[in-house]
Design a protein around this ligand. Structure first.
Ligand code: ADP
Ligand code: ZN
Length: 761
């Protein structure tokens, strides 16, 4: 039985425990963060019966040597122990770290994503909280009542009497440091403790925290337009019904979605509840934080640059209910708000909501689970919803609200495609900027506008090839084409960061004259500077945005107008709101179009719509030029006509025909190892077991592989993949769980299972 609340037990396969028999003992179920999958039972000694509760960590003896380990108590109850149990040795946390509902959420994640419960618990409770960063153990002194009664009988020195007086006058126990500040020295305190006159108690206290004293300028509400009002009404309607509902807010770029979220959250806060707002990490700019901080007094922004002490302090404030709005990336879905009222997930199509290390969870699916369990609405917002979400809305599982207009009816930018197949190869068009794009840039800049150029490849030359034997320079560890970087004149593998000096002669045939082809952002930057020497250009990619704050400084320089041309990888495509941008140029729309990934078209369309949305946000209309070899591709045509719905309507039947998500569930197994045949053999074994389990259960499924993964070798390890698709996701996961239970890979071989994978490489 739960003692923290009256929810049902976590284990469905066990009857609730009852304390009706004298033979029954208090037993704690403990999950270890590492090691075996199961839970362990420990007796709770009488002295700890108050302190052991679900959600607190406990210290327990483990294994033959009774090594002391820390685990999570997930359940406590009376039970007749069938065998002799070891006892809990101590309790780590003063308060529970996980409510009953959060514990159930973590258990669900472990089952759904086929990973260890302990691993999930460690992901949900931040390390800074587990390690109690920014706190220290402090001994607090007081005069206990029994001493008070006999104070006159004690023979105290003058200094000792002063200590006792100070403590008696204080409304709460004091630490030795506080007593020292009140003029008491250490020797009399030590003497009093020896005599047993003072009571001492150890507690964990926060070090003096540097409080955020920044005053955020208040900002008033906008008057909502009709589309926004209708969206807000839909959300408010679900809020009032106090049941779970998912609202998909499909609003074009600049339609004012954030304003709708803010108004819905105001309503939630008015009822004394808290809201969680999830955004991609890249969107956690000062601009975004400012928008929430200007409207709500107590906002916690959880970004990746927080110190451990701050992260812990925020977590405690959130758990106490002192924070109304939590804004953060993926892991903020676990924020321990005591009275959740609403979850918002902005840019819900972004792949950064999926964690690519175990537990491989998707924040959208975890948010959906949490919101339905806590019976609150979930709002998903995007200009380009994931096809999974779009289809669920079409089926009526989600409530769809469309915001098809920009605020103030600002026009959407005109999008023109430049067909690279017929590009004239004259002298002026050497390089990657076409004549049309060059002219459009000239016009925009001459009118005082700013320009954004997107090229989704970093480095200088992306393709180094021997002109004699045709060999392409590849990473020896990954077999991926190496990219030339001008800084340091090196070639770098973008997968493992392996570097070599740029070769002059071919490493294979030793012929001189390597050809450096293909254009990355560095070469584009050189071309732009050469073409537009009178304007300032800035490059934004992971090479230039290394230091903390570099991203923010770069955006500030662009915002101020100091820089006129911003070029970079997809990090410039997302969520930025710069009113003076009148032209967006896409250097090559096709870079992601032909990847071996069933979402390649969806990603391309999303990226183009998003980057096009960066222009025309002010009073000047915007224009977009998209250079492509595939002007007739549906993804590019739909983006050019701002018609994401048209794209979805053409793409969804393709997915359905091939039994891809959202029409089937998918899971992917990846095996890797240093010896190709050994890794491949183990992959074969896994695939056989999976096929067998599916057959035994009569699950209709498609299992592809094992086959070499698209990235067949990474960091010296050979990679194999198995891909499974089935309409019945529950049955698929059950078969997978059975197939991988107790599998023992050969030495040096590792394997992972990815449920609902986004990374297909
Ligand atoms: P989205 O998130 O849909 O791209 P935003 O919420 O960022 O759009 O809104 C775009 C801009 O319009 C922002 O600068 C915002 O302050 C402004 N805005 C939003 N709603 C209104 C409104 N009702 N009246 C005036 N300005 C608005
Ligand atoms: Zn490599």
């Amino acid at each position: 039985m739960y003692r923290s609340d009256s929810q049902p037990t976590l284990f469905d396969d066990q009857a609730p425990w009852e304390a009706d028999s004298a033979a029954e003992q208090l037993v704690a179920s403990v999950v270890l963060p590492t090691g075996p999958k199961q839970t362990y039972s420990y007796l709770v000694p009488e002295s700890l019966s108050q302190a052991v509760e679900p959600g607190r960590r406990v210290r327990v003896p483990f294994g033959h040597g009774n090594r002391s380990v820390i685990g999570y108590c997930v359940e406590v109850g009376y039970r007749s122990a069938e065998r002799k149990l070891k006892s809990v040795a101590g309790v780590v946390d003063e308060r529970s770290l996980l409510s009953g509902s959060m514990l159930r959420l973590t258990r669900w994640m472990a089952d759904y994503y086929l990973c260890d419960w302990g691993q999930v618990l460690e992901a949900v409770v931040p390390a800074a909280v587990r390690e109690q960063a920014g706190t220290r153990l402090t001994t607090l002194l007081s005069v206990p009542p029994e001493t008070r009664a006999r104070l006159d009988e004690l023979k105290l020195s003058a200094k000792q009497a002063a200590v006792v007086r100070t403590l008696l006058e204080s409304p709460r126990p004091l630490s030795a440091q506080e007593l020292a500040r009140a003029g008491c020295t250490q020797a009399p305190i030590a003497a009093l403790r020896r005599k047993g006159v003072l009571a001492a108690e150890t507690r964990r206290l926060a070090r003096d925290a540097e409080d955020d004293k920044t005053v955020h300028p208040r900002e008033d509400d906008h008057v909502l337009n009709a589309d926004q009002q209708q969206a807000l009404d839909t959300i408010l309607h679900s809020l009032e019904s106090s049941r779970h509902e998912t609202v998909l807010l499909h609003g074009i770029t600049g339609s004012g979605k954030t304003e709708v979220y803010i108004r819905a959250i105001q309503e939630v806060v008015r009822y004394g509840r808290q809201a969680i707002v999830l955004v991609p990490e890249i969107s956690l700019t000062p601009q975004t934080r400012q928008r929430f901080q200007a409207r709500f007094g107590n906002v916690a922004v959880l970004h990746s640059h927080l110190s451990d002490a701050d992260r812990h302090r925020h977590w405690q404030r959130i758990a106490r209910g002192d924070v109304s709005v939590v804004v953060g990336a993926r892991s903020a879905v676990f924020a321990p708000v005591p009275h959740l009222g609403l979850i918002v997930l902005d840019e819900e199509h972004e792949s950064s909501f999926k964690q690519e290390t175990a537990p491989r969870y998707h924040a959208r699916d975890v948010a959906l689970r949490r919101a339905s369990e806590e019976r609150v609405p979930l709002v998903l917002g995007s200009a380009t919803p994931a096809l999974e979400s779009y289809e669920r809305a079409r089926r009526g599982e989600y409530r769809l609200v469309e915001m098809p207009r920009r605020v103030f009816d600002r026009p959407l930018p005109e999008v023109l495609t430049v067909d690279l197949r017929h590009g004239d190869r004259s002298r002026e068009t050497r390089g990657v900027i076409s004549r049309q794009l060059h002219q459009a840039m000239n016009m925009a800049l001459a009118d005082g506008g700013q320009v954004i150029l997107l090229l989704n490849r970093r480095g200088f030359s992306t393709h180094i090839q021997c002109q004699h034997c045709g060999e392409v320079l590849r990473c020896p560890h990954c077999e991926i084409a190496m990219t030339h970087h001008r800084a340091g004149n090196v070639t770098i593998c973008h997968y493992c960061d392996f570097q070599t000096p740029a070769p002059r002669a071919c490493p294979h045939c030793h012929a001189p004259g390597m050809h450096y082809g293909g254009t990355g952002t560095q070469k584009l930057e050189a071309e732009v500077r050469a073409r537009f020497p009178d304007y300032r250009t800035m490059r934004m990619d992971t090479d230039t945005m290394q230091g903390p704050g570099s991203h923010e400084r770069a955006l500030a320089a662009f915002r101020s107008g100091e820089v006129q041309i911003l070029l970079g990888t997809q990090m410039i495509a997302k969520g930025l709101d710069f009113p003076a941008v009148t032209l967006v140029g896409v250097i090559n729309a096709d870079t992601a179009l032909h990847l071996p990934d069933f979402r390649a078209a969806e990603r391309t369309c999303q990226l183009l719509v998003q980057v096009a949305g960066r222009t025309g946000r002010g009073n000047q209309p915007g224009r977009v030029l998209v250079q492509t070899f595939n002007p007739d591709h549906v993804a590019i045509r739909a983006a050019a006509s701002h018609d994401y719905r048209a794209f979805a309507n053409l793409e969804l039947p393709v997915r359905e025909a091939l039994a891809y998500p959202p029409f089937a569930s998918m899971a992917r197994l990846v095996v890797r190892g240093p010896v190709e045949t050994v890794a491949g053999g183990f992959a074969e074994h896994l695939a056989e077991r999976l096929r067998h389990e599916l057959a035994v259960r009569r699950v209709t499924a498609r299992v592809l592989g094992p086959a070499p993964a698209p990235i067949a070798k990474l960091r010296g390890l050979f990679r194999f993949q198995i891909q499974a698709q089935a309409a019945d996701g529950v049955a698929l996961r059950a078969a997978l769980a059975a197939a991988v239970a107790d599998v023992k890979p050969p030495e040096h071989v590792q394997w992972i299972v990815d449920v609902d994978p986004l990374d297909m490489m």
